[in-house]
Design a binder for this molecule. Structure first.
Ligand SMILES: [Zn+2]
Length: 360
């Protein structure tokens, strides 16, 4: 199915408009960071820092239309660029690394191929129209692992992506399932950063245990899915098999970094229930360069603890835009105790810029 011409035209017109608006509205250097409509410029020890948000959502409407996926929050739409850039400016976010939550993991092979092609090509066009403000994670149809490996190779070699997004599971199957090894092998070979975002804990929802007050499907269902996914990647040996793999887990890695020592303890306490053993203690995987985490943990104490368990080099800003979980991630990083200037700079954008090939 071709992209409906009117949708594409309107999206590109909107992008062009925003490009012009940005040029004329560029604020003077040193503008008050909180002045209305002005771009907050983040400075550490006198040095202007390019901040990078690795957790920012969007959607490509013509791709979603292929499988009649609803368009959820208006702020997800890529045509909503001026509102998005205003929010980035207010929050002190210079660059968003856009990702799309994988709603297509049950699509048949042919339609999945078409959907990913449209999606990735549109993401590239969008980022090219706003090169100072946006990069993107490529999308892939992991339910067809061989196709997903081809998609990520094409995305990196032909379209210029430096990262790829995945869900926390794939239509009910764990990312650690050996069927996904061809995909992980390709990600490792290409050196792309994998951004892993949960899609709730769908298997629990029919039980009703996540119902009722508190939006628990998201509040605890999302971090729980991430916790399960990371735990399997460690215990099933996926991270051992692909030592060059780099995965950034959303929402501070869910609950795993808060209680990681229990995963070491199970090896000591129930040795007959673990095996084959991972090559390292499970906590070591949080620190050794394969796993990264965003900052969406809400308080300086929580971020301090996350960093204590993982290391300052493993952390990158996440905002979850346009979902209103937080708008103060820059201040969170600046306000977290015990960090050197270099460590703050790395978290604010240095590490993401290196991993995603974002220039200074
Ligand atoms: Zn999110």
């Amino acid at each position: 199915m071709p992209i409906p011409g009117d949708l594409l035209t309107s999206a590109l017109a909107s992008i062009a408009f925003v490009g012009c608006a940005m040029t004329t509205a560029a604020p003077a250097p040193g503008a008050h960071p909180h002045a209305h409509g002005r771009r907050r410029e983040v400075v550490v020890n006198g040095k202007r820092i390019k901040t990078v948000d690795v957790h920012a959502h969007c959607i490509v409407p013509p791709a979603a239309a292929l499988i009649n996926h609803p368009l959820e929050a208006p702020g997800l739409l890529m045509a909503d660029t001026s509102t998005r850039i205003a929010a980035m400016d207010a929050q002190g976010i210079d660059v968003e690394a856009l990702s799309i939550n994988p709603y297509w993991y049950r699509a048949e092979r042919d339609v999945a191929a078409q959907l990913i092609k449209i999606q990735n090509e549109t993401l590239v066009e969008f980022c090219a129209a706003n090169p100072d403000r946006f990069v993107a994670f490529a999308t892939a149809s992991l339910q067809h692992p061989d196709l997903a490996a081809e998609q990520v190779e094409y995305a990196v070699k032909k379209l210029g992506f430096r990262g790829v997004g995945v869900g926390g599971s794939v239509a009910g199957e764990e990312l650690a399932n050996p069927k996904f090894h061809p995909f992980w092998a390709k990600c490792e070979e290409l050196g792309v950063l994998v951004f892993m975002h949960p899609f709730g804990t769908r298997e629990l929802e029919p039980s009703g245990r996540l119902g009722g007050s508190g939006l628990l499907t998201n509040t605890i269902g999302n971090p729980l899915e991430t916790t399960i996914a990371l735990s399997h990647l460690i215990f099933e040996g996926t991270l051992d098999r692909f030592p060059g793999l780099k995965i950034c887990a959303a929402h501070g890695g869910g609950f795993l970094p808060s209680y990681a020592n229990r995963s070491d303890a199970v090896i000591r306490c129930f040795p007959d229930r673990v095996g084959p053993l991972p090559k390292k203690d499970p906590t070591a995987y949080l620190r050794d360069g394969q796993l990264y985490f965003d900052t969406i943990v809400f308080t300086p104490e929580a971020l301090r603890h996350l960093i204590a368990e993982t290391g300052p080099g493993q952390i990158m800003i996440g905002t979850d835009y346009p979902f209103p979980w937080t708008s103060t991630e820059v201040d969170l990083v600046l306000g977290t105790p015990g960090l050197s200037d270099d460590e703050r700079i790395a978290i604010l954008g240095g590490t993401a810029a290196r991993l995603l090939g974002i220039g200074g």
